[in-house]
Structures are given as structure tokens and as C-alpha cells.
Design a protein around this ligand. Structure first.
Ligand code: GLN
Length: 304
């Protein structure tokens, strides 16, 4: 398969069309981005890598960081993790609070904000320096130490974290948050503020395409079963209330973030990352969705 040719053609087609959507402004610092940025990177298990457009420019990975945090916590805690967070699609917006009351403070899944806040709370319990440990985990996965928090983005989100703070406090009333809500929010906002390029993201996600092992070092990050389960949650919950649509149109597990990034995984083969900051009404990159839909249509490759 000539992936390079397909990627170049789909990129050229999409860049020539109208770029719909809106850059988010609820985190003011994220609104400063040039909304026409557009980059793609494809990296396979043999480390063949191909990129186009702004694929070497760093952007805010936002909710994509939830996958790293979940992987880290799941490997350490094992199956008892699921007593604090469920694995069901929420069918609601990523920052919704509505299901928490009926569900007694147990978030529907680890990729909505409520679930990621519980994962951050667990990180605070099990790590001595959770921020640095997570950053190091991501650097090791990427085999690249040039990955950092963006303190301005973290501060900007912390100053506007009223919904996340409400969720955290509400879950604490059910006993599902152990640390102080401020500490949980501080960690959460820092993880969301991490900046990476499309190329770094594709590489860092290869363990999920490779049965839990990083292909460069053969290190088992997650067991085969845990890698399968994270891919399953990515497929059903990675795009919030657009997860069904992403699965329907693209057919790969993946994760989006409000920084405009999307990483998709083709198990046993490759990862592909798209970045374009304008988001659709569900908070997923407009061009990212379009690109991946067209890409899997052209390759005919999906998990189905
Ligand atoms: N930091 C963002 C928030 O909590 C992450 C959301 C996202 O990327 N979907 O709102």
C-alpha cells in the first residue's frame, strides 16, 4: 500500500476545501493558535514514518494525555481500577456532569473529564511526583526527551476550571476523589497542557498497535489483554458523544483532544496522527475527522 501517496492526496483534497468549525476559547490560551494549521504523521511498527504539513510543530495534546494517564494507572493497579471508573460510552459531552448523580460518583469511562479526574486522583495516591513521572513515561514511550508542559496553557485552564472543579467536588462527596480537588485539577490541567508534534504522538502510541510493547525496545508497557482493553475503550469512548460516528466513519480506535489533535491506531500495523485546531460541535477536530474518514476509505483498512 502506498500510504505516502494516499496521505498526500487526501491532504491536498482537504486543504483545498472549506475549514469548518471553531477554535475553543474556554481555555483562553488555546484560542491563540493559527486555526489553519494542518499536519499529518503516519508511523508504522517498523518505524517507517511519513509526515505532511505542520506535522513537526508542537500543539496542546489536551485529552490525548488521558490515554497515557490511563495506561500508567491501569498497569500499576490492574483490574481493581474499574471499581472507580466504568467502561461504558457516556453519550454525553466530554465535560458533562449529568450522569454522575445516578452513577453515584463513578464516571462512565476514563476519557470523559470526570473519569480522567479520577485517574489523576489515583496518580496522586500512587506516585511521589505524579507530574514528573507521567512526563517521563511519555518521554520514554516517544523515545524523545523534548516533551514539556506548557505552563501558560496549564495556568489558563486552571483559572477557568469551574466545571472540572464542580465535577471533582461532586465526586468527592461520593468518596470517589481522595485528594484535595485543587491538587487533582492542578495535575489534570498540567497533563492536558503537554505539547507534542504529530510525529511524536504517532510514535508514542505504537505500544497500543503492538500488543502493549514499544516496538523500538520491546518493552512491555501493558499486558496484551490490557492493551486490547484500552483499544476497546478508545473505540467506544475516545470521541465522547461522537465515538459512534468516529467508529462508523473511520473504523479505528483513536483519541481526540480540544487542541485539535487526533491519534488513530491500526492494531498490528501503524498509528496515524492528524492536527487541525478548528473543532466541530462535539469538540473533535473538523479536518481531523474528515481526513481519517477519507484515509481509511482509500486504504480500505479498519479493524472491521
Ligand atoms: N483540558 C480540556 C478540558 O478539561 C480537555 C478536554 C478535551 O480535550 N476534550 O476541558
Amino acid at each position: 500500500m502506498d500510504y505516502q501517496k494516499i496521505i498526500s492526496e487526501v491532504y491536498a483534497d482537504i486543504i483545498g476545501k472549506e475549514n469548518f468549525g471553531k477554535v475553543p476559547d474556554y481555555i483562553p490560551e488555546l484560542a491563540c493558535i493559527d486555526e489553519n494549521k494542518f499536519g499529518i504523521n503516519f508511523t508504522d511498527l517498523e518505524h517507517n514514518s511519513f509526515g505532511i504539513g505542520d506535522f513537526e510543530e508542537k500543539f496542546s495534546i489536551q485529552s490525548i494525555s488521558k490515554v497515557f494517564a490511563l495506561s500508567y494507572v491501569y498497569e500499576k493497579l490492574g483490574e481493581k481500577l474499574w471499581s472507580r471508573v466504568d467502561v461504558e460510552p457516556s453519550g454525553n459531552a466530554f465535560n458533562s456532569l449529568v450522569q454522575l448523580e445516578a452513577d453515584h460518583g463513578i464516571p462512565r469511562n476514563p476519557f470523559i473529564n470526570a473519569g480522567a479526574l479520577v485517574i489523576c486522583d489515583i496518580l496522586l495516591e500512587i506516585c511521589t511526583d505524579p507530574k514528573q513521572e507521567l512526563l517521563q513515561f511519555i518521554r520514554d514511550l516517544t523515545d524523545d526527551h523534548q516533551i514539556f508542559f506548557n505552563e501558560k496553557v496549564a495556568a489558563s485552564e486552571m483559572q477557568n476550571s469551574f466545571r472540572n472543579a464542580a465535577m471533582c467536588n461532586y465526586m468527592k462527596s461520593f468518596g470517589n476523589i481522595k485528594s484535595q480537588p485543587d491538587a487533582v485539577i492542578e495535575l489534570y490541567c498540567h497533563l492536558c497542557s503537554i505539547e507534542m508534534t504529530c510525529k511524536q504522538l504517532s510514535r508514542s502510541f505504537l505500544y497500543l498497535a503492538n500488543e502493549g510493547k514499544t516496538p523500538s525496545t520491546d518493552e512491555q508497557i501493558l499486558s496484551l489483554s490490557k492493551a486490547k482493553r484500552i483499544n476497546a475503550i478508545l473505540l467506544t469512548c475516545g470521541f465522547y458523544d461522537e465515538s459512534g460516528e468516529f467508529s462508523f466513519l473511520v473504523g479505528l480506535p483513536g483519541k481526540s483532544g480540544v487542541g485539535g489533535g487526533i491519534v488513530a491506531i491500526y492494531p498490528q500495523h501503524y498509528c496515524i496522527t492528524v492536527w487541525s485546531p478548528k473543532l466541530n460541535e462535539k469538540g473533535n477536530s473538523y479536518r481531523g475527522m474528515k481526513f481519517l474518514e477519507e484515509f481509511t476509505t482509500q486504504t480500505g483498512e479498519s479493524i472491521f
